[in-house]
Design a protein around this ligand. Sequence first.
Ligand SMILES: [Fe+2]
Ligand SMILES: [Fe+2]
Length: 134
Amino acid sequence: MTDTLFRWDDSFLIGIAELDHEHKVLIDDINMLNEELAGSDERSEVTKCLGDIYARMQAHFALEEHFMKEHEYQFFDEHKREHSELLEDYTECMMRFLNGASISSKNPIEECLTQWVVDHITTSDKKMSLIVQE
Ligand SMILES: [Fe+2]
Ligand SMILES: [Fe+2]
């Protein structure tokens, strides 16, 4: 069963190739997690997906923050704070699951990731891209 949360489309593009590539890979990972949540009772598979997404988010934020520093982005602090909050929220959802929350408690995880993908990429990342490329 496939229950795709997001389909990659051009509205996610921010116009910086290396960051767009990472966003796309992240969305693929999130879709994989969603499929595991929808179609599998295997906690170990879900746990692996959650860990992979965490590692990828962390690496992505580090790359993006490096990029912003390099371009002396004026809203760096604000953007970095958003990354930290997203990582905290995600960690909290992940820990709840790892500490035994039922597999059907997927909604907080999906909500957290939706917020990240939809809100952060399409607003904060896009704004940053527009400003640094002015
Ligand atoms: Fe960002
Ligand atoms: Fe990003």
